[in-house]
Design a protein around this ligand. Structure first.
Ligand code: HEM
Length: 550
């Protein structure tokens, strides 16, 4: 039970009181502003201390200067004249065809080293050091400095990041904790399925769900809120509350505006309308998170006042453990919320999009789900463990559509050797995961949706691929904090949807391609037909008796 004194020690959320200005120096996939020290590795015969070992190289190592790549003007030409600004994932492929698997790109004063082979990505990641840093994100940092906010796991770095992760990790990543979220998530899945039914009846002519991704954003937000706060946000209601809708919109806007803002020097930001909008959407993200944290604190306080036991899931545990200040908790919760919306939803959208096209794969999944979970049984995390094909479908979806198409690492501890090049400390590497996903040397038939590549057994030998060919959740101690929860959400939703519906393409639909808006997402709405299998099963015998083929 929580003691009254604990609750009374300033469990009011007032993050403006936090006077410590924390420096945000890490961030997600934007690479444009990371500071690269253009320090030449002048000696080509050198001793390099890597994070794991000390290596003496007797062969001549090349330096950054020896790397080819487009100039800043050429990059601008590709982005804005050739039109790759929204499809930077495709630019990885085009540039790797021209420059090979390792090249440098220049953005004003900055140099980024692009890495587009599984072997070289492995080399970078294996030398990431004890406290890996993704990249500087001055725009995300700029917001936190402006509003005196704390950083969460996405934006913190160094020992402070390590401390946050050590507190946040257990209840996000330990299997026993993650499986305890099954019922909560399943309730949200039930509501999503009801919503699908309602959408079919009201706007879909009995079968169609238009803009499925938009519905899945709501599902993902509801799902992550139910895990963090044990609170329902009403996202599955017919009318979604305005605040919630605005939160989802703000996440999308923040990701959309991020790559635009970093094209301008920091000194110009206050004058940019984009910057004002960027600050406004961050304000909303923090505001919603603050209200949710505050509500939880009040709930706890009430129970303590009544001398009742205080039990609960993620946020309750964080508050009770008192390992972080409320300000720090708010910084982390805001980042967990925003990381939990577009990621799982886009992945599920792409899975369903492919299952609608590849009917045999869908049928195989359906058979797996009903054999593990027959009748009206609702899949649990134990059932999911017996659904390898379901997992392979998500794995293959994330290969073709990696949510983070280009991750990054900023080497902060040591010089490192990658291929036959020596790179100085503070080199920013852009890991071109999207390009590697489509590398036919790593994935035969790279453009084909083939879940069986991820299955163990007979097919395994045929499709044995490089372990760094597809690393959709990242690597090492800096890897995705939400991975296990995200997987659970995706498995529970996909298995239930396929159990209940046969998903078919929109007869009027066209191919949907991905774009990069910091994260990879569909370029246009995905509309799909959902045919209720129970109705089909009821009608099939009748139709057969009447000699009609359905
Ligand atoms: C399909 C779903 C998801 C994918 C593919 C994904 C992917 C990633 C990737 C690639 C990274 C960078 C890892 C690295 O640099 O090595 C990352 C970081 C992160 N993700 Fe996810 N993510 C997903 C869902 C989620 C969810 C649902 C949450 C929240 C519950 C979340 C929270 C985070 C956080 C907090 C980080 C930063 C970790 C750190 O820097 O310490 N992610 N994610």
């Amino acid at each position: 039970m929580l003691s009254k004194s604990l609750v009374n020690i300033g469990l009011r959320v007032n993050y403006q009181q936090n006077k410590r200005i924390q420096r945000v120096t890490a961030g997600w996939s934007s690479i444009k502003y990371a500071k690269i020290h253009r320090r030449d590795a002048s000696s080509t015969t050198t001793t390099t201390t890597t994070s794991t070992s000390t290596m003496t190289h007797n062969t001549k190592l090349k330096t950054m200067d020896d790397l080819g790549g487009p100039s800043f003007m050429t990059t601008l030409y590709w982005l804005f004249v050739k039109g790759y600004f929204k499809t930077t994932q495709q630019l990885q492929i085009e540039h790797s065809k021209i420059y090979g698997p390792l090249w440098k790109s220049t953005y004003g004063p900055l140099v980024v080293v692009n890495v587009a082979s599984a072997e070289l990505i492995e080399q970078v990641l294996r030398q990431e050091g004890r406290l890996p840093v993704r990249t500087d994100m001055p725009h995300w940092r700029g917001y936190r400095e402006l509003r005196n906010q704390a950083h969460g796991p996405l934006t913190e770095m160094g020992p402070k990041w390590q401390r946050i992760r050590s507190i946040l990790n257990p209840r996000m990543l330990k299997p026993k904790h993650v499986s305890s979220y099954t019922n909560t998530i399943n309730e949200v899945v039930t509501d999503f399925i009801d919503k699908v039914d309602w959408l079919r009846q009201t706007t879909g002519g009995g079968v169609m769900v238009n803009d499925l991704t938009a519905e899945l954003y709501k599902f993902a937000f509801e799902g992550i809120c139910s895990v963090l706060f044990e609170t329902r946000m009403g996202c599955m209601n017919e009318e979604v509350p305005e605040e919630t809708q605005k939160f989802i919109f703000s996440v999308g806007e923040m990701f959309r505006l991020s790559p635009i803002i970093v094209l301008f020097p920091k000194s110009l930001w206050p004058k940019l309308p984009f910057w004002k909008q960027f600050v406004a959407v961050w304000d909303h993200l923090f505001k919603v998170a603050e209200e949710l944290v505050q509500k939880k604190i009040e709930e706890i306080q009430e129970k303590v006042d009544l001398d009742q036991n205080v039990e609960g899931a993620y946020l309750t545990h964080l508050l009770l453990s008192e390992k972080m200040t409320v300000t720090e908790i708010l910084g982390s919760i805001t980042e967990l919320l925003l990381a939990g919306v577009d990621t799982t939803s886009n992945t599920i959208s792409w899975s369903l999009y492919h299952l609608a096209k590849e009917t045999e794969i869908q049928e195989q999944l359906y058979q797996e789900v009903i054999s593990v979970c027959p009748g009206d049984n609702v899949p649990t995390s134990d059932d999911i463990a017996r659904m390898p094909y379901l997992k392979a479908i998500i794995r293959e979806t994330l290969r073709l559509y990696p949510v983070v198409p280009g991750n990054a690492r900023l080497t902060v501890e040591n010089e490192i050797v990658v291929g036959d090049h020596l790179f100085p400390k503070r080199t920013l590497f852009h890991l071109c995961h999207y390009a590697v996903s489509y590398d036919e040397n790593v994935f035969p038939q790279p453009h084909t949706f083939l879940p069986q590549r991820w299955l163990r057994g007979a097919e395994e030998e045929k499709f044995r691929q490089h372990p760094f060919g597809s690393v959709p959740f990242g690597f090492g101690i800096r890897a995705c904090l939400g991975r296990r929860v995200a997987e659970l959400e995706m498995y529970l939703l996909l298995s239930r949807v396929i159990k209940q519906y046969e998903v078919r393409r929109d007869p009027a639909g066209t191919t949907v391609e991905p774009i990069t808006r910091t994260l990879l997402c569909p370029a246009k709405p995905i509309n799909l037909q959902f045919l209720d299998r129970r109705v089909q099963q009821r009608e099939e015998p009748r139709a057969a008796a009447a000699g009609v083929s359905l």
